[in-house]
Design a binder for this molecule. Structure first.
Ligand code: R7I
Ligand code: MG
Ligand code: MG
Length: 318
């Protein structure tokens, strides 16, 4: 039982079951946030395009590139028992379905990797300094889960996995922020101030650190979508959306539906902010915090849950 002294080698079963539940909550929460936010990304035209792609699929909640890449990352971590960047680059390139709404730069460079180009070359082929889109941040949750016990391994894995497609320092930092935030969110007792302070010291650029200070100052007040849009951003750029997801999580850490309503009201990159914030909420609260009536409609729900369990059970997880 929790709190009782343990003998050497004895496993705390309750804690392990809770951790497994939070792994499931995280990957399912990210996919659900992505799928619930997807019809609102890109305004009316984006919604229309998403509806056309989904025509005939009933009320299934369909996820986008955010989840496709996140699941590819989780699979690769499990199969390679840790991060193998070449394996991961191939996995992403092989799995890419264009109807999932990939970012323009990412889809171009994944096509080049699929054609045989090394990711170390492809990642500067579209933008000369690499991309600062939020494509690395949107899929970073599995890194946060897998390496949650070791912040330095987490940093290295987040940097490498981000730079496969997002070599710009701001793109990489988005992946770092979300991976670290997920690892911290697994601790259900962590106070929001401490969570934000740890993230602040983990980040290096003013784009991220300045916004994290704004988020800390907002604690205790009411969340405001217009303020968040203006001061933190809700765009496709990593530094204008990853901290925003942290803000949303801090204000709605146990209200998935209210959190998604807020994200949709804020507008902009709704699927991606939904994926990042949904992953944080699920990591923090576990699977039971996700509304069952929405989970029942989530595309590939069961395989996402079993991938989360495989990630948890991976023998080489630090
Ligand atoms: O980051 P990325 O994979 O896009 C992810 C987004 C999410 O919202 C997904 O849901 C999906 O809809 O797409 O794709 P990128 O094309 O790498 O980056 C996104 C955009 O950021 C680019 O298309 C550019 O508009 C902008 N951007 C840059 N612009 C100028 N210079 C990214 N990097 C640069 C840059 O270096
Ligand atoms: Mg998307
Ligand atoms: Mg998006």
């Amino acid at each position: 039982m929790k709190g009782e002294p343990k003998h050497e080698g004895q496993i705390d079963v309750a804690t392990d079951i809770q951790l497994m539940d939070r792994f499931e909550g995280c990957l399912l929460g990210a996919a659900l946030g992505d799928a619930v936010g997807a019809p609102y990304e890109g305004g009316l035209l984006g919604g229309l395009a998403w509806a056309i792609v989904g025509f005939g699929k009933g009320d299934l909640l369909r996820w986008t590139d955010d989840t496709q890449m996140g699941m590819g990352l989780a699979e690769s971590l499990v199969e390679c028992r840790g991060l193998d960047a070449d394996h991961l680059a191939r996995r992403w390139a092989d799995r890419m379905e264009l109807t999932r709404g990939y970012g323009p730069g990412t889809s171009k460079l994944l096509r080049r990797i699929k054609a045989g180009e090394d990711w170390r070359v492809a990642n500067k082929s579209v933008f000369p300094d690499g991309s600062f889109g939020n494509g690395a941040a949107m899929r970073a949750a599995p890194i946060g889960l897998f390496y949650h016990r070791d912040a330095e391994q987490l940093r290295r894995a987040a940097e490498t996995s981000s730079s496969i497609t997002h070599a710009h320092p701001l793109g990489i930092e988005g992946g770092l922020l979300i991976a670290r935030a997920v690892s911290l969110a697994l601790d259900a007792a962590l106070p929001a101030e401490e969570f934000l302070d740890t993230l602040h010291s983990f980040c290096s650029s003013e784009e991220y650190r300045g916004r994290l200070v704004l988020v800390k100052n907002s604690l205790g007040g009411d969340p405001d979508p217009a303020w968040a849009r203006r001061s933190l951003g809700c765009t496709i750029r990593a530094h204008e959306s990853a901290v925003t997801a942290v803000y949303v999580f801090c204000h709605f850490r146990d209200h998935f539906k209210r959190m998604m309503e807020f994200i949709i009201k804020m507008g902009g990159d709704t699927d991606t902010i939904g994926a990042m914030a949904g992953g944080l909420l699920g990591a923090h609260q576990g699977r039971s915090a996700l509304p069952p009536e929405l989970l029942d409609r989530l595309e590939t729900r069961d395989s996402i849950a079993s991938l989360a369990r495989a990630l948890h059970d991976c023998p080489d997880r630090p």
